[in-house]
Design a binder for this molecule. Structure first.
Ligand code: AMP
Ligand code: ZN
Length: 103
């Protein structure tokens, strides 16, 4: 857990955020400022700043599996996934996350 990381705080339960889905590796919650009718974030439980710092290939796979599992759970068959890496690409929260956008 990183002290000043909003997503680490969410994962620790500090804000009682409702998780749409959770497994051993990740939590999934709704984006606070949705840019599509369905906008969820898949967030690894370990603090990794961005995709550039992610070295654990198993975790990479588990995060994509989590995308499949949560979309299946809510019956979302068609969706976009997005990872912003670095400030210039629009990354605002420096705890790796995968956006899921759907209708
Ligand atoms: P990014 O620009 O890829 O770093 O995306 C960060 C996303 O986190 C944005 O879409 C924000 O709306 C979202 N966000 C920031 N704070 C929270 C929060 N407390 N709960 C849920 N989503 C958040
Ligand atoms: Zn964090």
């Amino acid at each position: 857990m990183a002290e000043d990381c909003i997503f680490c705080k969410i994962i620790s339960g500090a804000f009682n955020t409702e998780f749409v889905y959770e497994n051993e590796y990740a939590v999934v919650f709704n984006d606070i400022n949705p840019k599509a009718p369905i906008h969820m974030l898949v967030v690894p439980k370990v603090h990794v700043e961005s995709l550039n710092e992610l070295e654990d290939k198993k975790l990479m796979g588990e995060l994509m599996q989590t995308v499949k599992d949560v979309t299946k759970k809510i019956g979302l068959k068609s969706y976009k996934t997005l990872i912003n890496t670095g400030k210039e690409a629009g990354q605002e929260v420096f705890h790796l996350h995968i956006h899921i956008l759907g209708k």
